[in-house]
Design a protein. Sequence first.
Length: 219
Amino acid sequence: MIEPLVLRSSRVTCTLYHADCLDVLPTLTGIDAVVTDPPYGIGIARCGVLGSENLAPVRSYDKSNWDDAPPDKNTIDTIRTMGKWVVIFGGNFFELPPSSCWLVWDKKTTGYYADCELAWTNQSKAVRRIEWPWNGMIRKGEDIRVHPTQKPVGVIKWCMNIIKIPAGTTVLDPFMGSGTTGIACIQDSRNFIGIEKDEKYFDIAAERIRNELAQTRLF
């Protein structure tokens, strides 16, 4: 049995697993929602750098193979059936059922990377779009970027709120990365379960979540 790291405040509980999600998912119960950003299989982690010299200094990351291949169909199928509310970023890279409710993040980019990112949902709602600049130094919010495919906290909060995931529910992110979904959950009083197999990013996520919980205690 894999022992999680459990972090709490008076309002929320965050349960973090340093493991492969395939080993943890069968053991989980009580999941209300899934909000996640799986590897797309485009090999971005092997580049070791991210950014444009014209907009900001290129940021270096450890070269790795975590994005060499996307999760297989069985894993995606398992994840998408685990919650009443499901948001899967990069849904256009995976084999998913038709949906009327895609969430569009317009990054206002001007360079090499995609103008927008798409998130699939299992909701019967209209397509929604958010403009949230994420273009070198031209960025909205105060996020410090520590992961090459990191999403802004504000975008993840918008995703959860636009499809009306209630406060007090439990949200799962099986590909936790640097813990952004966890921070968004804490800020809006949702419990969080995160799974990350990369030790470096698990440690970063745990530190960010600890800091966010400490911050909320101050207020």
